[in-house]
Design a protein around this ligand. Structure first.
Ligand code: NAD
Length: 243
């Protein structure tokens, strides 16, 4: 039987990239997966996958998060994958950009954790896996001002939740990817103008010599979903970038 047999998993931003790989891997390992995203079209591609139920969910909307969790019931594993990259330095980041990045990258996690925690506490068991980033508190990355601030905040959020509920059966860990292949990465590369040069520069950041795959991140996420002796930690997976 699978590593997550019978476990109820909620995944945000599951339509593509890391979230999608996590949703598919968790289902393949026997989890009852609720795959959610704001992109209804993309999310549809998961319809019919055994073990996966899809629901449109905008993580900016607390009432919608609460309603979905009420429908699901107790969540055993929460995978917080929603996040957006704001490209630019402090010079390009407006207050609205900062507020939006905070809302989507940080407060989304606050909303889903607040909604799922009561069920986890009642059960005395639960695992929360937050997709953070090496950009932010672990490494200063050029042109990632709003992104770095907000991803650093997810580290504080992860550690705070871990510290408060460590004796109650709840684990809360962060994953800090380097550069990972995803539709939004493709958009960022194209936005640079010279796609090949931009791709080469992104590859060069990882001493391992390539960009990571969503599956590699999903493998770590599944490990953390079942891990019983780690909490409050940032798990770096970045092809040797910050070594
Ligand atoms: P992606 O950026 O290609 O896709 C993001 C998904 O989030 C999309 O399906 C989109 O519809 C969804 N989304 C956007 N706004 C939403 C909202 N309000 N509610 C619900 N869903 C919403 O995927 P990715 O690059 O794998 O990124 C996933 C996570 O991984 C993000 O938190 C990102 O910051 C983090 N991350 C990515 C990389 C990378 O190089 N790709 C590196 C480090 C961290």
């Amino acid at each position: 039987s699978g590593k997550l047999e019978g476990k109820v998993a909620l995944v945000t931003a599951a339509a593509q990239g890391i979230g999608r790989a996590i949703a598919e891997s968790a289902a393949a390992e026997g989890a009852i997966v609720w795959a959610t995203d704001v992109n209804a079209e993309k999310l549809k591609e998961l319809d019919g996958t055994p073990g996966i139920t899809t629901r449109i969910l905008n993580v900016l909307k607390g009432a919608d998060v609460d309603a979905l969790v009420a429908e699901i019931g107790t969540v055993d594993v929460l995978f917080n994958c929603a996040g957006i990259v704001h490209a630019g330095t402090i010079e390009q980041a407006s207050e609205a950009d900062l507020d939006f990045a905070y809302d989507l990258n940080v407060k989304s996690m606050w909303r889903t954790i607040k909604a799922t925690l009561p069920g986890m506490l009642a059960k005395g068991d639960g695992s929360i896996v937050n997709i953070c980033s090496v950009a932010g508190s672990i490494k200063g990355v050029p042109n990632r001002f709003a992104y770095g601030i907000t991803k650093a905040a997810t580290v504080g959020l992860t550690k705070s939740v871990a510290a408060d509920f460590v004796t109650k059966g709840i684990r809360c860990n962060g994953i800090c990817p380097g550069t990972v292949e995803s539709p939004s990465l493709q958009e960022r590369l194209k936005a640079q103008g010279d796609y090949e040069a931009a791709r080469a520069a992104f590859i060069a950041r990882q001493p391992i010599g390539r960009i990571g795959t969503p599956q590699e991140i999903a493998d770590l996420a599944l490990y953390l979903a079942t891990a019983t002796y780690t909490t409050g930690q940032m798990h770096i997976i970045d092809g040797g970038w910050v070594n």
